[in-house]
Design a binder for this molecule. Structure first.
Ligand code: FE2
Length: 244
């Protein structure tokens, strides 16, 4: 998969320019290898470096990413993924929001609802994250999970809105479920977290529309249980469970 850096050039003026320039020069300086030839150990080393950069920008996003990685590992084990697959999945999850590194703080940390324009900008974070990771020579297997973690299973409603159903890369489909679960169960400046049981019910409700139904089921099994009556396909007009 090739992520074009044209995207960065086109959108540049919209991001925190200083942070973007600093980020690009740091990533280019620390480029350790060609992403496609990285070993799993090199990949882990790169992922840790990128994660540290993200943590300096936003402690909440780092904590969220660590929790999402943990939930992904639990779901991956429940789905019988191999040890190597689980490692790649967890590293992808740790970096799934890396693109938020260049979103201005006034938007990223805004304590109230985002405007349509702000929402549009924040919704570029999967593409910018993948483009920046590519610049760093990041292990190429980590990119699909980052780039497509906001796609929706039913298609046409997620972003960047390229794939739907099983065409969405597997790691991205797993991250989507774990991401929503963490977003629902933690307090954010503009929204209080819901109890675990409520979040699992909402995942079950969104299976087949927002989420891959098999993955939603594996996730719920790995984390807890919900009543059978909750498992049905929702009206597609429902609002997505994730805020951004
Ligand atoms: Fe995200």
């Amino acid at each position: 998969m090739v992520v074009t850096n044209m995207f960065l050039t086109e959108q540049r003026h919209r991001y925190d320019e200083k942070q973007l320039n600093r980020c690009i020069s740091l990533l280019m300086r620390n480029r350790v290898c060609d992403g496609s030839s990285a070993t799993i150990d090199e990949a882990r080393f790169q992922a840790e470096a990128l994660k540290d950069m993200l943590g300096k920008k936003c402690g909440y996003t780092l904590g969220h990413s660590e929790r999402v990685a943990h939930y992904c590992s639990l779901a991956g084990k429940n789905m019988n993924l191999t040890g190597r697959e689980i490692k790649i999945l967890a590293m992808s999850a740790q970096l799934h929001d890396f693109g938020k590194i260049v979103i201005p703080d006034s938007i990223l940390k805004k304590p109230s609802s985002l405007t349509r324009k702000e929402m549009k900008l924040i919704r570029t974070h999967p593409q910018i994250g993948a483009a920046l990771m590519e610049i760093s020579g990041c292990f190429s297997d980590l990119l699909p999970g980052v780039l497509y973690h906001h796609e929706q299973y039913k298609g046409g409603m997620g972003y960047p809105n390229v794939f739907g159903g099983d065409e969405i890369p597997l790691y991205a489909r797993i991250i989507a479920v774990a991401d929503s679960y963490d977003a629902m169960t933690t307090d954010r400046p503009y929204q209080k977290g819901v109890p675990k049981e409520t979040a699992l019910e909402r995942l079950a409700f969104g299976s087949g529309s927002q989420f891959d139904p098999k993955i939603a089921a594996s996730f719920v099994n790995a984390i807890g249980t919900v009543s059978k009556s909750v498992w049905h396909f929702p009206d597609l007009r429902q609002e997505p469970l994730l805020p951004a």
